[in-house]
Design a protein around this ligand. Sequence first.
Ligand code: THU
Length: 146
Amino acid sequence: MLSPDDDKLIARALSMRTRAYAPYSRFTVGCALLCDDGEIVEGCNVENASYGLCICAERTAVVAAVAGGRQRFTRIAVATGSSPPAAPCGMCRQFLAEFLDADKDLVVLLANDAGEKVETTLRTLFPGVFDKAQLASGQRGEGGPA
Ligand code: THU
């Protein structure tokens, strides 16, 4: 059973599917990102005739949040038409992980328009994340390998 706040976040993600620009895949994704100041930032997938330029809903939400001055996130809701509800792609998992504090996790709520809901976390979906600490420890020069 999810909390009323989680249901609200999911409702925002579901409604964002209507904003998706997905003429090529016809697979609409909506996303709502809860920031640690209580603000909700939304996203949707945005596709392009040059297919490789398509951007996922999760990344548009993160980009909008960062551009708005927010970099700390506590929960994310992702809504699709898939059953069971689809989880963020690998690229989005890495993109979201960039903003994880070392000792924290991000709650990931997956939902669809049939009312199915799944709660998981980013670290569950994406163990072995490549992060800034690993980058720093492998960089040439000061503090890292020569
Ligand atoms: N898509 C997302 O928005 N998020 C994901 O995590 C998986 C895929 C989008 C990208 C593309 O516009 C469409 O769904 C089909 O892959």
